[in-house]
Structures are given as structure tokens and as C-alpha cells.
Design a protein around this ligand. Sequence first.
Ligand code: GDP
Ligand code: IMO
Ligand code: MG
Length: 427
Amino acid sequence: MPVIAVIGAQWGDEGKGKVVDLLAEKAGVVVRFSGGDNAGHTIVNHYGEFGLHLVPSGIFYPGVTCIIGNGVAVNPAVLLGEIDQLKQKGVETGNLFVSDRAHLIMPYHTLLDGLEEQGRGGKAIGTTRKGIGPAFADKTARLGIRVGDLLNKEAFLERLRPILEGKNAILTRVYEAEPLDLDEIYHQYCHYGERLAPLVRETTTMLAEALDSNKLVILEGAQGALLDPDFGTYPYTTSSSPLAGGGCLGTGLGPTRIDRVLGIFKAYCTRVGSGPMPTELADATGDFIRERAHEYGTTTGRARRCGWFDGVAARFSSRINGLTNLALTRLDVLDDLPSFKICVGYKVSGETISHFPGSITTLEGCQPVYEELKGWQSPTSDIRDYEKLPAQAKQYVARLEEIVSCPVSIISVGARREQTIHKAPIL
Ligand code: GDP
Ligand code: IMO
Ligand code: MG
């Protein structure tokens, strides 16, 4: 049965939470495959408004199995807090499971994330300070501790002791910070382990069983393609792959199992944190979009940088993800504008280029080449039928399809689940 990967195709916050909540109605399984609680996925449905950081956005359907895959870095305190909050709001969480292979965010990861950022001074990445970089670095360096390790307390202590010794040496000698206490972390994490134990599974078999019984599996991306450590604006990126390919590694599904890759784009661009963003509007129009759309981070509350749709970056994102379908969100945000722009090329060193450069120094020097389109200046939030969109809005959608060479399946015109136009089927 089909597997759909739902991917952030820009710099994150494209509306993945909304789209996954919408599509999950027909799913058997929704699985998160990357990132950690740096993600903030907003969902507005009949239960209320939620900002999910670790729990997959399919949790609102009691019949959907939700899996936190091996590719996610799990802060157990955050996960347990999120489960408690969902339960308080009447959401059933008995269908939530965590891969035994998922790595844990430990107290030294969050501490080091903050200290490393401070050390970067003016070159700070603007991380969420959730310990993501240090946790994925430890995973690669084979210094990680995994969710499954918490299930055997003796083995956990043996693993934690030397790792913490090393971290304390860094904390005290490099950063002149206080060392962390082994006993305290051990007992705290044993407690988390006891609470999480009923959720921990070998999740690749769960996915295989779902596919064998013809259930739809949705891979829920976190972050966005341009934050990918390989293809994003390195080093101003995150530390795990948000791409469709990351969806294989972060769940244990082989690449041939993914049937559709749905790329989510906002009708414009935003970015939180530092790093180049060629179409950024550091002016009144940027401020207008930020306030109109309330572009402030779900995880950190930081103001998001806003700018016009970047067609060069979008084409690149489509290619590295192998997008088969697009979802265009926040179209309603453009409702009041008399005109707006799409970037269709970059001017750099006197040349016009149409590819997204690998070097951030080059990207920083890129000036966007714009096409200007007339706005529709009428409300779209109550429209549910594509044909009823204003002509200029349809023209915009058609132009984006042309630029990205990919059909738009979903258009979102508001934060609520039902504020959606189904333009064409995904499967
Ligand atoms: P995610 O990280 O990709 O899930 O996106 P976020 O939840 O961080 O940010 C998207 C924001 O846009 C949230 O506040 C959503 O409620 C909101 N949103 C999603 N789709 C739409 C839409 O079509 N129109 C408007 N106005 N808001 C939307
Ligand atoms: P969702 O899933 C937007 C950004 C941070 C920072 C960079 C590195 O909600 O789209 P990190 O904490 O990962 O080391 O920070 O990545 N970032 C996000 N930006 N949405 C996200 O997630 C993000 N997750 C990380 O702002 O620039
Ligand atoms: Mg977000």
C-alpha cells in the first residue's frame, strides 16, 4: 500500500502539521523520521490548537498508529510532557510508539547547544537550543544513548558513566561550566525509561506489517529541505536530514517503498535563525506579512524572517526530494496585497543563474530576479473549490506549478483542518 512522504520544502514551518493532520484521516500509520523537539507543528482541529514537537500529527485519529522513528532525537521530558498535555485535552495517546533505536537528547546536549551558540558570537546559527546538533553529533560519533538503552538500567549506567565523564571534561575544561551529576541524570532517565517502556518498539516491523495489510503510511517530515546538512545553507542548517531520503533512513523503509513525495511550500518564504535567504524582505512588506500571518516560531516564539516565494530554491528543493506533488499553504496571507513577486533567478557577479548555489558565500551575494504578479485582493479563507478561487490566485498557482514542474494537489487557505482546497488527488 502507498507510502506518502510529507516534506517541508523551504526553511521549515511550511504547515506540515496542518497537512499531515488532514491526510492522516485515511492513514494507518504516521511516522516522524527526523529532527527532534526543534520542530513545532501546529494543528488546529476540533480538539483545539496544538503545537506538537515530537508526537506525530496523526495523533488525533484514534485508529492511526503514530510512530516516533529511529531518525528522531527524543528528549524524553518533552515527549512525556506532550503526552500529558494531549491527554488533558482529551486526545487518546494509546496508539503512540517510539523506536528503540531513536537517540536520546541528554541534559549535556541542551547545555552544550547553548554554550556552542554563545561561543559562535556573531556567527551563531540561531539554533532552537534543544540540543539537536550535539545529539546528532554524538549519534555519528557513536557516543549516543538510545531509547532502548533505558530498558536495561545496569547497561544504561555502564554506557552513561564514561560518556558523561567525557562531557564533563568538555563542560569544565573548555567552557568552565559546572559538571553534571551522574546519579541525578541516571535516576531521572531511569524514571523516564519506566514511563516510556510501554511505548518502545522495534518499529520497522510495525511499518512492514502496516504495508502488508495495505494501510497508508505517512512519513511526517520536520524542518525543511533548505535546512538539510548536505544540501541546505551549511553551516546554517539543522543536523538531521529533512529530505524524503531522510524518510527512508529515519524509519527503516527502503527507497523503493515511497510512492509519493508531497512537498509543502508556503505561498511566500520564511526562515527562523541565521543564514542566507535571498528573497528576504527587511522592509515594511516583510513586516506586513509577519504580522498578517503571525509569523512567530511555534517552538521558540522568535520572529520569522519573511520574503517572496523563491522559485530557484523551490526547483532545487523539488529535485533533491524527488517531489511528485505540491501542497501550497497560507495562500490567504497574500489576499490583501495589490501585487506580489516570485523569484525566478539570481543575479550574481554580473551573471543571471537559475540554480541554487552550494556555497553560502555565493548565495549571500545573490540578488533575486523577480517576476511581479497582480494580487487578487479578495478573501480566500472560505473557498473550498479550486474553480472558485479568484483568477489571479489561480494564475499564481499555475505559475508555481510551471516553475517547480510539479502539480499542486492541496491548497491551504487557513490554519484549520477544513480550510483546504483539494485541487487534484495525491494518489
Ligand atoms: P510546520 O512546522 O511546518 O508544521 O508549520 P508551523 O506550525 O510551525 O507553522 C505554520 C503556521 O501556519 C501555523 O501557525 C499554522 O497554524 C499556520 N497555517 C498553516 N496553514 C495555513 C494557511 O493556509 N493559512 C494560514 N493563515 N495559516 C496557516
Ligand atoms: P519545523 O519542523 C523552522 C532551524 C533553527 C536554526 C537551524 C538549526 O517546525 O518546520 P537546530 O535547533 O535544529 O540545531 O537549529 O534550524 N530550525 C527550524 N526552523 N522550523 C523548524 O522545524 C526548525 N527546526 C530547526 O531555527 O536556524
Ligand atoms: Mg514549525
